[in-house]
Design a protein around this ligand. Structure first.
Ligand SMILES: Cc1cc2nc3c(=O)[nH]c(=O)nc-3n(C[C@H](O)[C@H](O)[C@H](O)COP(=O)(O)O)c2cc1C
Ligand code: SF4
Ligand code: SF4
Length: 359
């Protein structure tokens, strides 16, 4: 199966990229991540000065990560003299992540541009005003003479307007999204917030943010025909397909490789073909944008239908129903007058014995 994809004229052998972060923080790490089969490389964000990173700076549960990492802990000289020359032999497209202000971008791009195929520009720490962001996009596109992708953070109030403004200013596309927050994580074992950052704040990422990221990618792509790298909460190959379906042309992943281990990149790449086949796609490109249709709100109430062959009488549906409409005895009784058609029981039933409510 053809797993290749193309973004702004750059061909990737498959759509999975490492999202900017600690796993792509130097050349040794990037070579290892490339060896796991990813389709391209995205560096940790480089700025004009090394970041002074508070410690501890990463905590994780099975469902999310909270980090206080800022950008690269190495200054531009290490990147220019060692890390970027060190990855030139990699046979995948290289996207150099940089940040943040117009002045910093002006200083960085001429020094870095020969080492990469494209730039990704983080807008994480520059506020919500779109004018300076557009200015950065304009400056970067002029100086780079190669594709520039502006990375949006989920706290931006209007993602479509962000994408419109940066592409009008010359950017080739967007990366959606960065981590969500600020977030305040408390360790359940100690009752204390463990991060070393100011006020102990961090940024949240990983599987729980996937629905937020999918919605932002979809909203942008429904309004604008631009290349999007979808990022946020990817854990497996099915998630990659979901991002393609809402309009992403490539897909980044980081937190799941922090939660489950770096080999997660290999697992996702290995499973991608099957995940595409399961949804009857013939290639990666075939899946892109297949779920972009708009949907009018539906107010029809549908009630659950219970398949007693599959039901184990576990009672979960009774416990969770917010409208007190289910009673489980030696079968499942649904009070049709009380049922609101909310769908929760169907989504929570562990044996898929309930159908008829969700679309
Ligand atoms: C530990 C950590 C460090 C990160 N560092 C950067 C960074 O330097 N630049 C950047 O643009 N995004 C950074 N991110 C955000 C990720 O690239 C990504 O956009 C976000 O985590 C959502 O994807 P995920 O859920 O797959 O992790 C970082 C995320 C984590 C968890
Ligand atoms: S949650 Fe599902 S399996 Fe459990 S009692 Fe309800 S219908 Fe049966
Ligand atoms: S659809 Fe909602 S209201 Fe109806 S039985 Fe299920 S959980 Fe209760």
């Amino acid at each position: 199966m053809d797993l290749s994809t193309e973004i702004a004229g750059i061909r990737f052998k498959n759509p999975l990229l490492p999202a900017a972060g600690p796993l792509t923080g130097d050349d040794t790490k990037m070579k290892y991540i490339a060896s796991l089969g990813v389709g391209g490389m995205v560096t940790k964000t480089i700025s004009t000065k090394a970041a002074k990173v508070p410690r501890p700076c990463i905590v994780a549960t099975r469902d999310y990560v909270v980090n206080a990492e800022l950008w690269s802990e190495y200054g531009p000289n290490e990147w220019i003299e060692k890390f970027l020359p060190g990855i030139q032999s990699l046979e995948v497209p290289k996207i150099i992540s940089i940040g943040y202000s117009k002045e910093q971008i002006e200083w960085l791009i001429p020094k870095l541009k020969d080492f990469g195929d494209a730039f990704e520009i983080s807008t994480h720490y520059v506020g919500k005003d779109l004018d300076p962001i557009a200015e950065v996009a304009r400056t970067a596109s002029k100086l780079a003479q190669k594709p520039v992708f502006m990375k949006i953070s989920p706290h931006m109030p209007d993602p479509v307007e962000f994408a419109r403004v940066v592409t009008r200013a010359g950017a080739s596309g967007v990366v959606a999204v960065n981590s969500l927050g600020p977030a305040y994580y408390v360790d359940p074992k100690t009752g204390n917030p463990p991060l070393g950052s100011e006020n102990r704040y961090g940024w949240m990422s990983g599987p729980v943010i996937k629905p937020v990221a999918l919605s932002i990618v979809q909203r942008i792509r429904q309004s604008l025909d631009i290349p999007i790298i979808g990022v946020g909460g990817v854990k497996n190959a099915e998630d990659v397909v979901e991002f393609l379906e809402v309009g992403a042309s490539a897909v980044g992943m980081l937190s799941s490789a922090l939660i489950f281990g770096k080999e997660q990149y290999k697992r996702v790449v290995d499973e991608l073909e099957d995940a595409l086949k399961k949804r009857a796609y013939k290639s990666v490109r075939d899946a892109i944008g297949k779920k972009l249709e708009t949907h009018r709100a539906d107010f029809t109430v549908k009630n659950p239908i219970v398949d007693l062959e599959k039901c184990t009488l576990c009672k979960l549906c009774e416990y969770v129903c917010p409208y007190f409409a289910i009673k489980v005895t030696d079968h499942v009784n649904v009070d049709l007058n009380a049922c609101f058609g909310c769908g929760l029981c169907e989504s929570r039933c562990p044996t898929r014995a309930i159908s008829g409510v969700l679309q």
